[in-house]
Design a protein around this ligand. Sequence first.
Ligand SMILES: Cc1cc2nc3c(=O)[nH]c(=O)nc-3n(C[C@H](O)[C@H](O)[C@H](O)COP(=O)(O)OP(=O)(O)OC[C@H]3O[C@@H](n4cnc5c(N)ncnc54)[C@H](O)[C@@H]3O)c2cc1C
Length: 470
Amino acid sequence: MSRMQWVVVGGGFRGMSAAYLFSKSGKSVTVVDKGTSIGGVLSSIPWNGLFLDKGCHLFDNDSDEMTDHLFELGGNEFDPVNVVYGSWYRGRLSKGIAIPDLRFNEDTSGTILIDILRSFESLCDDSNSLEDKVLERYGRTVADYFYPMIRKIYLEEASNISSAMLEATLFNRVYFLDDSSAKILKESKLLDEKIAASSFDDPLRYYREYCNRYQFRSFYPRKNNMRGFCDSVENTLRANGVNIQSNMLVNRIERKNSRYRVFLSSGTELVCDGIYWAGSYDELENHLGVDVGISQSITGVPMVLYYFLVAPEQLSRYSYIHNFDSDFKIFRVSSPSNYKPTNGEKFCDRAYVCCEVPINSKSTLFTNPEASTDDIWTELKKMGFIRYGSYLDKVAFSVPKSYSYLRRDFSPKWQELSGVISKKTNFYAANPIHFTKLQILRDLKLLISDGRSLNYERSPNHRPNLGKEV
Ligand SMILES: Cc1cc2nc3c(=O)[nH]c(=O)nc-3n(C[C@H](O)[C@H](O)[C@H](O)COP(=O)(O)OP(=O)(O)OC[C@H]3O[C@@H](n4cnc5c(N)ncnc54)[C@H](O)[C@@H]3O)c2cc1C
């Protein structure tokens, strides 16, 4: 009997994972990607002999299941790394945490704690905006701190963002107590879900239940930054017999004699038994012949990515800082060259710094990013990411869509669209509500074993995708 043929549209993390799992389960797979190579947001851009990641990326060992998958996909080409996180808020840098530090004084901490305890008194959770969800989860004091930060990161009011986003943001726990007190309160399962404590002294502290096989918290491609990962995945997929068609668009999809015919921009026609769609949703709607408008409810945040070439000595010990102050342009900065391998050696002689600046696409900063380079450099020094001197070289890219968020009206639209998709035989689309790599992986495993997709309830062992656990 001939093997089932599948076409995977989109070769980002979702598409690469789908292609790998389908091929592992004995199916014959073709990946179609409109980009010049697979990887999507994980592929990096060559520059000055380095590979610039498209934003701040790093792999977390937050479950054996996910790490096994990444190691299989990426051909074991990783190094464990020690990452020093920092969080900047109200002019203060806090070491070892990635979320906002709300430890201002005892009064604030006391008020937040009482608000959180009171939040358990109201048992109903019918909030459908992020604004309501944050208020319901933590109370007024925290909400008033978080709303401007949400606006800075998403360029949108929390009232217009779906409550489902809480799981994907840096706001699904609150840091407002010293670690010793927080750790005592976290003994309660209910409080543990809302209160954060730093795990800087023991990065795997909160993950032991899920992590046995690997004794490190973070890892990173051994060479060529995230591009190295994408190249390794390409090799793994080809070794599994996957046919990769990059630089290619899907012009038309037809159903005939219980099979799909996929017409590519090259003129080639692929005949297959099933399709997994991991590409853009507006094109998906075109192919399905529907106009639900789902892509208007999945908003990609416009961003300028600034990169600075520096000498490694210019870098501070921080490798990753989130900045929550509204008067700073930078939201997040990392230096992959400063992710130190656990043996203590630096990765290379030259380092680069990547800054994410979410910004309205009509602003001058977006249309002419070069003009603000020195402001960004000054911010890096103020934040303590750069210790001294000037940069050796720099480049900036305006990206119309970076990480995305779901708008408040997302759920009913997705229900409508998934209703249309579910009527099609062997046609699946990645569920946009599954942001984290683990959710994406679990969704795919379920699909391949049971032929059904996860609904969009929060899946167990969820982790935020925008940042790291403190
Ligand atoms: C700046 C940034 C930082 C992030 N940081 C983290 C993090 O720290 N931790 C974490 O877990 N997650 C993080 N994420 C999220 C995570 O990386 C993404 O969720 C994941 O990589 C997305 O994979 P994807 O396949 O859905 O999308 P993409 O990477 O966008 O890939 C989509 C691919 O589909 C192709 N495509 C689209 N439409 C079509 C079409 N019609 N035909 C053919 N090809 C098509 C595109 O060319 C692209 O290659 C981050 C994301 C961003 C943007």
